[in-house]
Design a protein around this ligand. Structure first.
Ligand code: PLP
Length: 397
């Protein structure tokens, strides 16, 4: 049992570090913001066993169920046999096992760029790329709803950071008119698919804006690769390629494993390999993880109909509930207050569904929600049952 659980009266006797931690936790508790980790065992592509109950998960980012795919598991096991369990060093020292080059060629081809650099994770990628390309004199313009790791990267770059209104190209243009002249370089950064809302960024408009103002456009396609644009990502949505010179993303969602990447021109990738501190000072990904990503890309390229299923299923759900049509496999069901969102999540759990409530500060105040994610393996009849409950008992429309 932890000390703090035993006797708050004895707080004064705790070392100051523990007192500090216990005090912060009490504050979070009072705001209903304290979080806990729950053992969640995956079973097959879509089931999770939690607290002794088997639930169908609508809260995984495993859109293509590739975390559990036999061919991908076999590729990872074979890589361990051949190369061992770890890279043994940073990629720039001796950790660059031969699978990296193969994965980078495959990603660059998928994204139609000259080159690619693989990082330890998506978070590490943005934390390394943005400070490698911009510095204290530069400006980084970020969509207000963009992912936390874009903000982290921009802070490490130590330049000026300004948010533009969500998906509002005119607001971004207004800011460029005001500030562009004062900065040698400007980076515009956005999610390609927004992780909590599931909507797509207007990448064609942002690309045109970036060209007009000589700014560099970065899109974070963590939730687009594998599932949008025939598996090639959100800048290939609707069959029209958007001109995004910095295409970043993760290997931990539809790709099913772990890792991050940047696809870009050869000189940009060369520079990033020389300057991104999260690449230079962090150990290379394990061989099994890199092999799994290669096998996943194989599957996505060979089976575009399978890659299209998560979005198709999300659209079926939004149609059945009467929500705006899904643009990605992520569908938010807006509830409002945190406690109501938690109650909705509990109701679904009683019906055998796992749909985690997302609360502030992850989403803006007053927009607590269920964030549903659809995968290729979700049975149509379970989607229909979920839609019925959401429509009649949660939204009551
Ligand atoms: C999940 C996510 C990341 C982080 O990727 P990891 O590989 O999990 O570190 C980055 N950006 C967005 C938009 C994400 O949703």
């Amino acid at each position: 049992m932890s000390r703090q659980a035993k006797a708050p009266a004895s707080d004064a006797a705790l070392p100051s570090l523990d007192q500090f931690a216990a005090g912060k936790l009490t504050q979070l508790e009072a705001q209903h913001l304290r979080r806990t980790l729950i053992d969640s065992a995956r079973e097959g592509g879509i089931y999770i066993v939690r607290n002794g109950r088997r639930l169908i998960s609508f809260s995984c980012n495993d859109y293509l169920n590739l975390t559990q795919h036999p061919r991908i598991k076999a590729a990872a096991i074979e890589a361990i046999r051949l190369h061992g369990v770890g890279a043994g060093a940073s990629r720039l020292v001796t950790g660059n096992h031969p699978l990296f080059a193969e994965l980078e060629v495959r990603l660059a081809r998928l994204k139609d760029t000259e080159a690619c650099c693989v990082f330890g994770s998506g978070y590490l990628a943005n934390s390394g790329i943005i400070p490698a390309l911009t510095g204290h004199e530069d400006l980084v313009l970020i969509d207000e709803l963009a992912h936390a790791c874009i903000w982290a990267g921009a802070q490490l770059a130590k330049g000026t950071v300004i948010a533009f209104r969500h998906n509002d190209t005119s607001d971004a243009e207004r800011l460029l008119r005001l500030h562009r002249a004062r900065h040698p370089h400007v980076l515009i950064a956005t999610d390609g698919v927004f992780s909590m809302d599931g909507d797509l960024a207007p990448l064609h408009e942002l690309a045109a804006l970036a060209r007009r103002h000589d700014a560099w456009l970065l899109s974070d396609d963590a939730h687009g690769i594998g599932v949008i644009g025939g598996g090639r990502g959100s800048n290939f949505a609707n069959g029209r390629k958007a001109d995004v010179p910095l295409q970043m993303g993760t290997l931990s969602k539809a790709i099913g494993g772990y890792g991050g990447y940047l696809c870009a021109s050869a000189p940009v990738i060369d520079l990033v390999r020389n300057r991104a501190r999260t690449l230079i000072y962090s150990t290379g990904l394990p061989p099994a993880t890199v092999a799994a990503a290669i096998a996943a890309i194989d599957l996505i390229e060979r089976e575009p109909d399978y890659a299209a299923l998560p979005l198709r299923k999300a659209k079926a759900f939004t149609r059945q509930v009467g929500l705006p049509e899904a643009q990605s496999p992520i569908v938010p069901v807006l509830i409002g207050e945190s406690e109501a969102a938690l109650a909705a999540s509990r109701l679904l759990q009683e019906e055998g569904f796992l749909a985690v409530a997302i609360r502030p500060p992850t989403v803006p105040e007053g927009t607590a929600r269920l964030r549903l994610t659809f995968s290729a393996a979700h049975p149509d009849e379970e989607i229909a049952r979920l839609a019925g409950i959401v429509r009649t008992r949660i939204l009551k429309s």
